[in-house]
Write a protein of this length. Structure first.
Length: 480
């Protein structure tokens, strides 16, 4: 009997062991993360080198993607937080993954890429300007060529017969191999506009603006490679007066080649809502001498010089800009930050030092801090209510620091040398050519809008701009 019982026990089948429950699946966890943070570029026809829109592709490239995410290379967003400089507010549309999202992706890989229950993948965000009102395109393209960068302008006509409020602008490069950046300015009707039209040869025709000043009443927008469209709510907008013309200045980088004609266009979006605030652009930095430029490493006899020595991996320049008297301008706030350097930059940050705490603002705060990648420039917009944005006033000091790696180990140095027909690093100075450098913080300013006219009054064709606005106005040629 004992033997029989033993035999029965030996022949019994062990109950199956349930597989461990997947910690993350493609449909339920991974695809939604990739759709929200990666697929805008990583899709068929996108600018990324591979797609992540389907299970098989994501599984194949998961290791590469995770490595780039862990190193902070992807998604491309160079804003940084550090002990010595962390902005008070978050950024609008920050694409970086949270630690939880990174863990989900890693668990998916570690668990063998579980598929999950089939479900619809969320829609991919569109990086284009939403609901544009019009597109302005040059009538004649420009074919850039040669060894030196060129600055070509086009006059564009929005055709408005009354005051318009601009809440969106997107630059659409036609030949993105040569368009280094674009600056959009506004010129109101009058003698300056008449002279501009005579000089340019008409609307939509390219003309050289590299040797004479770019016409402007003020800068509307600055586009750089990788940047998102300018887009604001109805509560803050750029005034475009009746009869105004827009000037699009394009910095072309031909790199020694002859290129096909470029007809870069712009999309505009107007709002019918009278805003609470007006949006303007200013820029601080690019100092080449004292007192704004401070003494730095390698300066002879302590005399400040903007010079990035060859074969130096960690060169820095330091500038301090004091805000001038703004007259009747009050409640001026910073809406956004758009750092700008050229190819070999590695870092840029800015802090503001106020004489004393002001309202809800601390005496000193970090305005922007980031790494630098020439191919992924963007405007960083503060994620805060308009009445809580950082204030800026006369007597404030904006402190700007920039860093560069001018060694052959920097891939962007290699790119600069190849474009210039050089074999070894060279000393780099401040200037407009791609072989020069810049250290510039471009800020979007928020100012109170004038009162909306009564409904029984004619809609205005223009507004009166504060005279003191000229103190913060950007010279577009400074942005070359």
């Amino acid at each position: 009997l004992a033997l029989g019982l033993t035999a029965c026990g030996t022949d019994a089948t062990e109950p199956p062991i349930d597989p461990p429950e997947a910690r993350a699946t493609w449909y339920q966890d991974v695809a939604p993360i990739l759709a929200g943070h990666c697929m805008t570029c990583h899709q068929d026809g996108g600018i990324a080198p591979f797609v992540l829109t389907d299970y098989d592709s994501a599984k194949e490239m998961a290791g590469v993607a995770l490595d780039a995410i862990d190193r902070g290379v992807m998604p491309p967003f160079d804003a940084r937080e550090a002990d010595d400089c962390t902005p008070r507010f978050d950024w609008v549309d920050d694409p970086r993954l949270s630690d939880t999202q990174k863990t989900i992706l890693q668990n998916w890989v570690d668990d063998g890429y579980p598929l999950g229950e089939v479900a619809e993948i969320p829609g991919i965000p569109n990086a284009d300007l939403t609901n544009p009102s019009m597109r302005l395109t040059p009538t004649t393209g420009y074919a850039t060529s040669g060894d030196r960068d060129e600055f070509i302008c086009y006059v564009l006509d929005p055709g408005n017969t009354q005051l318009q409020w601009l809440t969106g602008l997107q630059v659409l490069p036609d030949n993105d191999q040569v368009v280094h950046h674009a600056v959009i300015t506004e010129v109101a009707p009058g003698a300056d506009q008449d002279a501009l039209l005579q000089r340019s040869g008409g609307v939509g025709v390219p003309f050289d603006c590299g040797t004479v000043g770019t016409p402007t009443d003020f800068v509307v927008h600055i586009w750089t490679p990788g940047n998102q469209p300018m887009s604001t709510s109805d509560q803050i907008a750029v005034p475009i007066v009746a009869g105004a013309k827009l000037v699009m200045q394009i910095h072309y980088h031909p790199a020694g080649l002859v290129h096909a004609p470029d007809k870069t266009a712009i999309d505009l979006r107007f709002s019918q809502t009278w805003p609470q605030r007006m949006y303007f652009v200013t820029a601080l930095g690019n100092a080449f001498e004292a007192p704004t430029l401070l003494p730095g490493p390698g300066d002879v006899n302590g005399t400040p010089e903007f010079l990035i020595p060859k074969n130096v991996a960690n060169h820095t320049e330091h500038m301090r800009v004091t805000i001038p008297d703004l007259g009747e301008l009050t409640d001026v706030r910073l809406f956004s930050a758009n750092p700008h350097m050229h190819l070999i930059g590695t870092s840029i940050n800015a802090t503001i030092e106020r004489p004393a705490p002001r309202g809800g603002d601390p005496q000193t705060e970090c305005l922007a801090n980031g790494g630098w990648n020439f191919d992924w420039q963007r405007t960083y917009t503060y994620d805060a209510p308009l009445d809580k944005l950082p204030t800026i006033a006369a007597g404030d000091v904006v402190d700007i620091k920039c860093g560069w790696n001018n060694t052959i180990e920097n891939p962007f140095v290699q790119r600069m040398l190849e474009d210039s027909g050089l074999s070894q690093p060279i000393d780099v100075t401040l200037g407009e050519q791609t072989t020069n450098e810049m250290c510039l913080q471009i800020f979007g300013l928020s100012l109170p809008a004038p009162a909306e006219p009564a409904s029984n009054k004619p809609y205005p064709t223009t507004i009166e701009f504060p005279a003191a606005l000229a103190q913060m106005r950007v010279n577009p040629d400074m942005l070359q």
